[in-house]
Design a binder for this molecule. Sequence first.
Ligand SMILES: NC(=O)c1ccc[n+]([C@@H]2O[C@H](COP(=O)([O-])OP(=O)(O)OC[C@H]3O[C@@H](n4cnc5c(N)ncnc54)[C@H](OP(=O)(O)O)[C@@H]3O)[C@@H](O)[C@H]2O)c1
Length: 309
Amino acid sequence: MKAVYFERFGGPEVLQFGDLPDPIPAAGEIIVDVAAASVNAADWKFRSGHYARHSQANFPLIPGRDFSGQVSALGRGIDDLKVGDAVFGVLEAGREGTYAEKLATKAAIVAKKPQALSHVQAAAVALTGLTAVNAIADTLKLQRGETILIQGGAGGVAGFAIQFAKHLGARVITTASAANRDYVLDLGADQVIDYNAQDFTSVVSGCDAVFDTVGGEVAQKSFAVLKPGGRAAFIASGVEAPKPTRSDVVALRPPVERSRRAMERVAQLVETEAVRPPAIKVYPLSQAVEAHRLSESRHFRGKLVFQLR
Ligand SMILES: NC(=O)c1ccc[n+]([C@@H]2O[C@H](COP(=O)([O-])OP(=O)(O)OC[C@H]3O[C@@H](n4cnc5c(N)ncnc54)[C@H](OP(=O)(O)O)[C@@H]3O)[C@@H](O)[C@H]2O)c1
């Protein structure tokens, strides 16, 4: 099969496009012929050797965590999916390898692709949707009538989160560059702060919740906008939430639930049009270097997605 892989950790230039052996399904696994795979920030962190668990890496490594495609083979013990089913999903925690024509994955954690979405759109909302739903509903437990500040509104996770928070009945404030102002307003944001022109801590206060997808100093400063008793969730600050700078708020680190049930929650939100797919820039798999360069710049809109078929 054709795949994107690397034989040493490094910059985007270590990515190669070529032939690797087809995967073989273990018991409980399916083979998916990948139609689309999205680029997540985790992919270039993985490629650059950021994750300690890969210090004993078994090269070549294929990046990529989410996908949409068609089931082409079944391992032993699969009776709830069949060859030809269109499915989408996120690989198990600690597993990568969706930038390829074929992948093996645990069947129990994939869901049927929403019919209304193309494979490219389904891949675009897989990991981002899962992360946003876990953060907004399960971790922050956002309620109707509450106000939330979502940092990094034009990104993949935040774009889903803005729409989901509005769907739950919350008021949404978000940060974005001027170029993405109309985009985040169109997603449903009630108030947009141009982070290059204004310090968000000087214009926002008294929020019930913060969802930070930017990290670094933005994450640290986010505690200031919460009301007493407020909650903040962080996904771009490593495996633990940053330590709060005040004692009357909580800092949370959302998990990502890999399960069919969780994927079906994402599917249902797009099927009912509570959430629309994001802006998407499509690449052929052979242009992974360019896609990683743009993703790593951290300044683009929505999602970057490889279309394979
Ligand atoms: N479960 C998890 O733990 C999990 C899952 C998915 C993602 N993540 C992490 O979450 C983070 C977000 O990922 P993502 O894929 O949604 O987006 P991303 O690719 O990391 O971010 C791109 C967006 O960030 C915006 N941005 C950059 N700097 C900003 C700033 N200072 N203030 C406001 N916006 C800013 C950019 O908008 P402008 O062009 O307008 O600047 C761009 O649209 C990443 O660190 C990723 O690794 C974690």
